[in-house]
Every structure is written in C-alpha cells, then in structure tokens.
Write a protein that binds this ligand. Structure first.
Ligand code: A2P
Length: 321
C-alpha cells in the first residue's frame, strides 16, 4: 500500500474503503472483508447512517488481532447540523462512540453548508443557516480544539472550493490537512490540485468510480458513466486491468487518495489491487481529454426552494455542470 504524508507527519493510506451508500446490513461485512483483504483505511460519516455497524465491525476485527488500531486509518465527518461551535465536540464524541474508537485519524467538515441543530436534511428556509450567520472559521476553531484535546489526530474539510480553502487557510491556526472532494476523469480539478500541492493539503477523491449507486433522485438525466467510457476501457485493456482499477490507479498516480465504495467481496479486492498499479505516460495523457467539469454530486439537494445556498455560492462558480 502506498501512503501520502500529511502536514502533521501522519501517513494516510492512498486507498480506502468508502462507506457512503453501504446499507447498514451490508457495511459491517464489507468493512471486515476489506480489512482482511488488506485495506487499512475506512472513510465514514454520520450522515451515511451506518457508523454503529462500522463500529461493530471494527471492534470485532480488532478483537481478532488481524490488525492493530494504530495500523488503521479511520476518517469521519461533521454533519451540517452541528456547525455551531458548541455542537462540534458532542458530534465528534457521538461518532467516536458509534465507531467504538477513542480517537479519529481524520475529522472533516462534511460540507460548507449549515443546518439548524437537529435537522438531518433541511427542506425549508428556517432549517438552513447561511454561512454568514454560522461562519466556517468558528466551526473550524472548534475542530482545532478537538485536536488539541487529542480526540482527533488530523482535521480537514470536504467539498471546499479553492476560494473557500484560501479563506480558511488565511484564518486557521491549524491548517486543513485534507480536502475531500469529488474527483475523477470527468472532473479533474487541476487548479485545486495545484493549490493543494502548494499548500501541503492532501486531496481525497470521492466518487472515484462515478457513484453509479446513488439514489435515482440524485441523478441527472443522461448523465455520463465513467466505468463504461470507451477510452478508459481501452486503457484498461492495454494494461490488462479493469476499468475500475484504471480509474483508481489514475487517481493515486496523480497523488490523490481514492475511497471507492463497494460491498461486494470480489470488487473490494479488485479495487485494493489498484493501489499497486502504475499507468503508462500515454494513458495519463489520454485521460486529460476526458475532463468536462461534470459533477455527479453537485449539491443541488442543498439549493432547493427556500435555501440560502445556490450552486454558484456552493462552488464559487468554479467548474460545475
Ligand atoms: P458495489 O458496491 O456493488 O461493488 P463510488 O465509489 O464512485 O461511489 O462508486 C460506487 C459504485 O461503484 C457502487 O455501485 C459499487 O457497487 C460500484 N463498484 C465498486 N467497485 C467496482 C468495481 N471494481 N467494478 C465495478 N463497479 C464497482
């Protein structure tokens, strides 16, 4: 397994298991299967509504001695309804209790979007809080305090644009270690990649396979699929690997962490093998032409009627469709 070094000196495994969309009934088996296969990195979040099952799997696998806690990298996230500074530590403690851990390796602000306390998914105006009223920097200071208390080893963000990252970096005492964003050949985000390289921020790629199992309501009409792309198919065939492995190897070859989700034992192993693969220079060059700025997860679900958030404010007009 390759690792990438974070600003803290910690090393994050380049490939982890995604758990978004893994049903509570299936996620425990997937986590155990993954760790037995050799995964050392699990990406979690309370909004995935399966952390208690992930925690049960972690407790069981740790008990068998297959792996030690310090060999595992566990990431989780702060949901939108706990941005108020006084709610950050309780939310983190709830996640730690659910995951049955004393400390997280990485804790991320899940979205630059705030909901009223207790609201799982905002539907009307009064259930949203505009960022002007609940500034990210106040939430961030609460994450910094959690790190100072030893509840989490590294802190970061998700779904931040370059301009939101810049603003945070200017105000933060502890710089964000990671930005977890949607990244794949249709959304290559080269400006972000350059900014993060310059600022020692590690990028993690979510939806690296195009998240084909998103609920229908979150899909656009006629959206492209990554796994069926003919160029990716040709690169895969030339290297004697699968399209999924090609996508994951591309991400790791660019220096980004990838967190493919699977609950299928064969695909869990197939994806792990991608961490050892190198693509040739011709393949990396062929990928360049696939960039079309397409987001599978565009955040439109935060921008409905009555919301103070818009696609333009979410992405600061950076590339999206
Ligand atoms: P499954 O869980 O049945 O394996 P993403 O990580 O981009 O969110 O994509 C997850 C989707 O990709 C799921 O539908 C998952 O299905 C599927 N998937 C995961 N690994 C592979 C693979 N190696 N080949 C094809 N599909 C895969």
């Amino acid at each position: 397994m390759q690792f990438f070094s974070l600003s803290s000196g910690d090393r994050i495994p380049a490939l982890g298991l995604g758990t978004w969309k893994s049903a509570p009934g299936a996620v425990a088996a997937a986590v155990k299967e993954a760790i037995i296969a050799g995964y050392r990195h699990i990406d979690c979040a309370p909004i995935y509504q399966n952390e208690p099952e992930v925690g049960q799997a972690l407790a069981e696998i740790l008990k068998t001695g297959t792996v030690a806690r310090q060999e595992l990298w566990i990431t989780s996230k702060l949901w939108n309804n706990a941005h108020a500074p006084e709610l950050v530590e309780p939310a983190l403690r709830q996640t730690l209790a659910d995951l049955r851990l004393d400390v997280l390796d990485l804790f991320l602000i899940h979205w630059p979007v705030a909901f009223a306390p207790g609201v799982l998914f905002a539907q009307k105006t009064e259930e949203y809080i505009p960022l002007a009223e609940q500034p990210i920097i106040d939430t961030w200071r609460a994450l910094e305090a959690c790190r100072a208390k030893g509840l989490v080893r590294n802190i970061g963000v998700c779904n931040f644009t370059v301009s939101k990252l810049k603003a945070l970096c200017e105000q933060a005492t502890i710089q964000p270690a990671v930005n977890q964003i949607e990244l794949h050949p249709y959304l290559q985000q080269n400006e972000m990649l350059a900014f993060c390289r310059d600022h020692n921020i590690q990028l993690t790629a979510y939806s690296p396979l195009g998240s084909g199992d998103r609920p229908q309501a979150l899909k656009k009409k006629d959206e492209p699929t990554l796994l069926d792309n003919p160029v990716i198919g040709q690169i895969a065939a030339r290297h004697g690997i699968t399209p999924a492995q090609t996508l994951l190897a591309w991400g790791i070859n660019r220096g980004t962490v990838v967190i493919p989700k699977s609950t299928n034992p064969g695909r869990i192993r197939e994806n792990l093998a991608a961490a050892e693969l190198k693509l040739d220079a011709r393949a990396m060059a062929e990928f360049v032409a696939l960039d079309c700025g397409f987001r599978f997860v565009d955040g439109a679900f935060f921008c409905g009627k009555g919301s103070p958030y818009t696609l333009n404010s979410l992405w600061d007009k950076e590339s999206h469709q």
